[in-house]
Design a protein around this ligand. Structure first.
Ligand SMILES: Cc1cc2nc3c(=O)[nH]c(=O)nc-3n(C[C@H](O)[C@H](O)[C@H](O)COP(=O)(O)O)c2cc1C
Length: 240
């Protein structure tokens, strides 16, 4: 009798282990991307997959009409953010200001990039899921379903903000830099420009934001299956 109980217990543990591994694999398969094409195909290097869903963003320059001097005067960190949802037009302008193409013919962006490697992937965390920003198509590609905003950090502004932008440096695109120290250095510097773009847009659109370096990188890397790169900064954004 004792042997049967032990055998059943071992079998149950083995089956649940295999199921957990399968779920993990599925999530990793979907999120293991290198880049995304304009039609929502996520190019994994060795295989491609469709995004779980695609949101076409409206072409919009909402919130970008304030003179630069005023924007610079208003630029600040805001930690008390309201939960109120933001309209898609505003999110579209925010993402374009973050890392959109301002010279599409030359494939160049609003933020400078060391050796023009453009290593950043920009993720948008909402209550519905995690989206990868496709600047070329001006679209959001759903890569992980569900509300993961609260997992970004222990800091309370993350759970309250309607959205968070997460800047992930993809080191596969940084092979021109021969050692990890150089990749870390240039990725950190490039993140500063992108982060300042977010701050300036928010100042212009009367939104609040905070650059956060104290984020849970292990959790983010697991969730997005980042193997060769670094989640550098996160920016909760909301009305104040
Ligand atoms: C690289 C970097 C990382 C930061 N990390 C955090 C953070 O994890 N949490 C936070 O509340 N503020 C963070 N901040 C915001 C700073 O605390 C803030 O910029 C500073 O207090 C100056 O305030 P100001 O932005 O209003 O000028 C960070 C700022 C930078 C530039």
């Amino acid at each position: 009798m004792k042997k049967i109980i032990l055998f059943t217990l071992a079998l149950t543990i083995a089956i649940s282990g295999v199921q957990a591994q399968k779920q993990n694999n599925r999530k990793h398969t979907v999120t293991n991307r290198v880049s995304s094409s304009v039609d929502g195909t996520i190019d994994l290097g060795t295989e491609s997959l469709q995004a779980l869903d695609i949101i076409q963003l409206p072409a919009s320059y909402d919130g970008l009409h304030t003179p630069l001097a005023e924007v610079l005067k208003e630029r600040c960190t805001t930690r008390n953010l309201l939960e109120e949802e933001l309209p898609l037009e505003l999110i579209s302008s925010l993402l374009w200001s973050t890392y959109g193409f301002n010279r599409p013919d030359e494939h160049k962006r609003v933020a400078p990039s060391a050796v023009n490697v453009q290593e950043y992937d920009i993720y948008l965390f909402t209550h519905e899921g995690v989206y990868l920003y496709n600047a070329e198509k001006n679209a959001l590609l759903l890569v992980v379903k569900g509300d993961h905003r609260g997992e970004l950090s222990q800091q309370k502004h993350f759970a309250a903000a309607p959205i968070s932008i997460v800047l992930v440096a993809n080191y596969d695109r940084m092979e021109v830099f021969k050692n990890l120290d150089d990749r870390d250095f240039y990725a950190a510097v490039d993140a500063g420009y992108i982060s300042q773009n977010i701050y300036l847009f928010c100042a212009s659109a009367h939104l609040g934001t905070v650059a956060c370096g104290a984020i849970d990188r292990d959790t983010i890397h697991k969730l997005l299956n980042i193997k060769n790169g670094r989640a550098m900064l996160a920016h909760p954004v909301g009305r104040k």
